[in-house]
Design a protein. Structure first.
Length: 458
């Protein structure tokens, strides 16, 4: 049998809004052509993010009822800490309300002007936290990772030679740690191989620099290793994840992804001294050591989520659903980043709308049309999110212009997925009509969240 069935059935349903194109034109204009300003009641299929949008299982909901809301020493905390320690092996687990809170604490401690933080590719909030502290966030992605039309197994990898060069240039004393994002969200949800984690660690070890995994999608990464890397076919997802973490000295985690929950995160550190400092910041900014900004029932849901995310039937559907959508688009000739990755399908806006230059945000123009034809919400990952200017004020474009359609976990069915494919195909058929966009208002950091736009010529 070929059909990949959802390894669950549905117990609770939630209505989704159906709108007309005319309505959507108004909603989008009122939102300044920024999907973050759209109201979800105006969105039919919401692919803005896979973060915190998971459908929880009946066991997780039961856990919410069973949560122990004690301020200190909650039973729910120890359940959470146990499973996180079992998977990661790290000594100090510091709970935070989401991933960026872990980043904020970590980079408050280690980042300042003169400091460089390398990564394969920094996620936007990671970069934001590093730059806000005055340090330099530098990506070292393998070249193939920047070529959306090339099929390769591990396009999220760190370029270890670039990393070595960077360390020598900036000086190891100015690099307090190195991040490695698994899977590599910014590079298209592409996985990082076990060999690359080992190679990265070995370069860092030469210079005494700790490795910190940005582990939001560790289970999806482990699944790709099992499927694509020789020697891992007969290992369990948990064993592979444990090996991934064994090469690292700590991790930041948004449990809104592979924690299969609606909120949560943690900072994990083997270094006791750094962990002590982090715990002080945790208490000042997030909450006490045994809840860190979450309700204790959230910790129950997370503890169960970390069990379910390692189930292979879950991951097979998860990655399979994304591949299914990607294949439908490829069959229709719609340009996407290949191969499909762990949590999203990315439209390649450079090939989709080659007539729009990067500084007029081709990706944003594509996602606006996609919303107008279908009510599907997505997000730009390109010049709008990462574009910068040189000293003379000329636009500097990032290597790729992408539109990310992130798939929430266990939320949408195959019919929903077919609808999204049809919407993309229709948008592609309208591509010659797509217009460039201009900024009306922007903030200094993480501008894409609050930017206001209009079409060029309006
Ligand atoms: C989502 C995400 C973060 C930030 O986590 P939040 O929970 O959204 O604060 C950091 N890194 C990566 C790779 C992410 O995908």
């Amino acid at each position: 049998m070929k059909t990949l069935i959802e390894p669950f059935k549905i117990k609770t349903v939630e209505e989704i809004p159906i709108t007309t194109r005319e309505q959507r034109e108004k909603y989008l204009k009122d939102a300044f052509y920024n999907p973050f300003f759209l109201r979800s009641e105006h969105v039919t299929i919401d692919l803005l993010t896979d973060s915190g949008t998971t459908a929880m299982s009946s066991k997780q909901w039961a856990g919410l009822m069973d949560g122990d809301e004690a301020y200190a020493g909650s039973r729910s905390y120890y359940k959470f800490e146990n499973i996180v320690k079992e998977i990661t092996g790290f000594k100090n687990i510091i709970p935070t309300h989401q991933g960026r809170a872990a980043e904020k604490i970590l980079f408050t401690l280690v980042a300042k002007p003169g400091i460089t933080i390398p990564s394969n590719s920094h996620f936007d909030t990671t970069r934001g936290n590093i730059e806000y502290a005055g340090a330099d966030a530098v990506d070292n992605l393998v070249d193939v990772g920047m070529q959306p039309e090339i099929e390769a197994d591990f396009k999220g990898n760190m370029d270890v030679e670039k990393l070595r060069k960077l360390i020598l240039e900036r000086g190891p004393q100015n690099i307090p740690l190195c991040m490695l994002t698994v899977t590599n969200n910014t590079a298209g949800g592409q996985p990082v191989s076990m060999q690359n984690i080992r190679d990265t660690k070995s370069v860092l070890k030469e210079f005494g620099i700790p490795l910190i995994l940005d582990a939001c999608r560790f289970a999806e990464n482990a699944y790709f290793i099992k499927k694509r890397e020789p020697g891992y076919q007969n290992k369990t997802i948990k064993e592979i994840a444990q090996e991934m973490f064994s090469y690292a000295d700590g991790a930041t985690m948004s449990a809104k992804k592979d924690g299969l929950s609606n909120t949560g995160g943690f900072l994990a550190l083997n270094n006791d001294e750094l962990a002590e400092q982090a715990k002080v910041l945790l208490i000042i900014t997030e909450g006490f050591l045994t809840y860190g900004g979450m309700t204790r029932r959230d910790l129950e849901a997370l503890a169960q989520g970390f069990v379910e995310v390692l189930e292979e039937s879950y991951l097979e559907l998860r990655i399979g659903q994304i591949q299914y959508l990607g294949n439908k688009l490829l069959e229709a000739g719609v340009p996407i980043l290949q191969p499909t990755g762990g949590h999203a399908v990315y439209l390649d806006a450079k090939r989709f709308a080659p007539h729009i230059p990067p500084h007029q945000f081709p990706g944003q123009s594509v996602l606006c049309e996609l919303y107008l034809v279908s009510g599907v919400r997505s997000v730009e990952i390109g010049s709008l999110m990462f574009g910068k200017e040189d000293a003379a004020g000329n636009p500097l474009a990032p290597p790729m212009e992408l539109v990310r359609m992130a798939i929430p976990r266990r939320v949408y069915t195959q019919a929903h997925t077919d609808y999204v494919a049809e919407a993309c195909i229709e948008t592609y058929q309208n591509r010659s009509k797509l217009r460039g966009m201009k900024i009306v208002h922007e903030a200094k950091y993480l501008r894409h969240f609050t930017i206001k736009l209009d079409y060029v010529g309006n």
